[in-house]
Every structure is written in structure tokens, then in C-alpha cells.
Design a protein around this ligand. Structure first.
Ligand SMILES: Nc1ncnc2c1ncn2[C@@H]1O[C@H](COP(=O)(O)OP(=O)(O)O)[C@@H](O)[C@H]1O
Ligand SMILES: [Mg+2]
Length: 241
């Protein structure tokens, strides 16, 4: 059974792509076969893992072309993101199109991670609907919190109507720096704003940032990065533990 997770939060710069790449690295390090789907027209996670944004990938897959994911590392392959995701053909797809295509192509990696874009609600919905879990990174910024609430609302509306999409979601307090007072109080606020929703932490770590600029999976760049224990907690939740 594939574990599928979409990572999104309307707002840009909250660490969606960094979390997608790091989680891919965590599972690859555990020996799992990971497929990333980059739904961001900017292709940040594609670039950060050593791929080429704009190469044949997610957009062509969505248009129904027969494309194989690009292998970036022994356990990590990707459907690359790129500007073609903004094309008219992609923007006219039904919300369940990606989910159906994944089933049709019998893509069944151990773990599938879908990195959602900040500005396109359409692409965001395509990605969310295709996943059984969602992770919503948030930082101490009002737009990040309102963006998280909108995604949570969309997920819950689909659950209530028994439509395909995430059965469970969690928040990830992203880029935590405990020297910042706001970061220390955010966790409490999130518990109040999202009662009953699990909240994980993902600290600010220079290895996370450098691994992306060096275009290497985190475990290849720094196998002992300080975020691995946090990624392990998220991994356990995704595994239903
Ligand atoms: N946990 C982290 N530690 C250090 N830097 C991070 C972390 N998460 C994100 N960053 C950096 O912050 C910037 C924005 O993150 P990114 O993942 O691209 O955001 P988004 O995908 O939400 O737009 C990037 O330069 C990234 O390297
Ligand atoms: Mg991003």
C-alpha cells in the first residue's frame, strides 16, 4: 500500500518544498521507494533534489501523456514541476484527474509526496484530492494561518461529502527558531485554532537549506541532520502509528 501525502499551505515561503524534499529524503534513507510529484510551476523541489524544472514531468502526466518519473537518486524519483502546469489544458482538468491518472498508470511507490504550489487553488486541489494524507506547514504569520485554515476547510468539506481526498491531516510548525518569541507561542495558538489536529515541529536547520541549494537529498548532504528525529515522528504518523 502506498502512503500518499500532499504538502500545502496557500502562502509561499513557509517551507512546503523544504518539507517535501526532507520527507522524501527521510523515507529514502529508510529504504523506501519514494515518488515526488511537483505541482509547483516554479519547480523548486525538482531543482532542490537535482532535477530540472520544466523537464517533462507533472504537467505532461496530467495531460495524459505516457511519462515515466525521472529517477533522481536510488530511492527517489520525481514528476518534475514547471511552467507548463499553468497551461490551459491542465487548468481545465477535473479535481479528481490526478488521483485517477495515478490509479490508471498503476504508480505504486512506497511513499508518494505531492508538493503543492502557493498561488494556484486549482493545482492545489488536484494535488490534495490525489492524496490520502495532508501536511500543512505553518509559520507565525497571519497569512500562513489563514491559508492553513482554508486548506483544512477544503479537506473537511470533502470528508463530509465522502469525496476522495485526505482522510487525515496534520499541521507542521515549520522553520522553528525558539529564539523567536512568536515561535514559542505558535504551538499553543495552533492547538486552540485547530482543536484535535496533530501538530508536528520542523525546526530551522541550515542543513535543510544547504541541501536544497546543493541539490542533494538531505541524507546525502548530511545524514545526521538534526531534523531527522522530527521527520521520523511525521513518518510514524503517516504510517498510522
Ligand atoms: N526547516 C528549514 N530550515 C532551514 N531553511 C528552511 C527550512 N524550511 C525552509 N527553509 C528555507 O526557506 C525558504 C522557503 O522555503 P520553501 O520550502 O521553498 O517554501 P515554500 O515551498 O513554502 O514556498 C527556502 O530558502 C528554504 O531553503
Ligand atoms: Mg514551494
Amino acid at each position: 500500500m502506498t502512503i500518499s501525502v500532499a504538502i500545502g499551505c496557500r502562502k509561499g515561503g513557509v517551507g512546503k518544498s523544504a518539507l517535501s524534499a526532507s520527507l522524501a529524503s527521510y523515507f529514502a534513507r529508510e529504504g523506501k521507494d519514494v515518488l515526488l510529484i511537483d505541482l509547483d510551476p516554479q519547480g523548486n523541489v525538482t531543482f532542490g533534489l537535482g532535477g530540472e524544472p520544466g523537464s517533462v514531468g507533472a504537467a505532461e502526466f496530467l495531460k495524459g501523456e505516457k511519462v515515466a518519473p525521472t529517477i533522481l537518486h536510488p530511492n527517489i524519483s520525481i514528476l518534475a514541476g514547471g511552467p507548463e502546469l499553468n497551461s490551459v489544458e491542465v487548468s481545465s482538468l477535473e479535481p479528481e484527474a490526478l488521483r485517477d491518472l495515478i490509479a490508471d498508470h498503476q504508480l505504486n511507490p512506497d511513499v508518494m509526496i505531492i508538493d503543492l504550489p502557493p498561488y494556484s487553488e486549482h493545482l492545489e486541489r488536484l494535488g490534495l484530492v490525489a492524496a490520502d494524507h495532508a501536511l500543512i506547514p505553518v509559520v507565525a504569520h497571519p497569512f500562513a494561518i489563514s491559508g492553513a485554515a482554508r486548506i483544512a476547510g477544503l479537506i473537511e468539506a470533502r470528508q463530509q461529502r465522502s469525496r476522495p481526498g485526505p482522510q487525515r491531516y496534520a499541521l507542521v510548525q515549520s522553520m522553528i527558531d525558539l529564539r523567536r518569541t512568536l515561535d514559542r507561542t505558535l504551538q499553543e495558538s495552533l492547538k486552540e485554532l485547530f482543536p484535535g489536529i496533530p501538530t508536528f515541529g520542523f525546526r530551522q536547520d541550515i542543513s535543510v537549506a544547504y541541501s536544497l541549494t546543493e541539490q542533494l537529498p538531505l541524507h546525502v548532504f548530511d545524514n545526521r541532520a538534526r531534523v531527522f528525529p522530527e521527520l521520523e515522528e511525521i513518518g510514524a504518523w503517516l504510517n498510522g502509528r
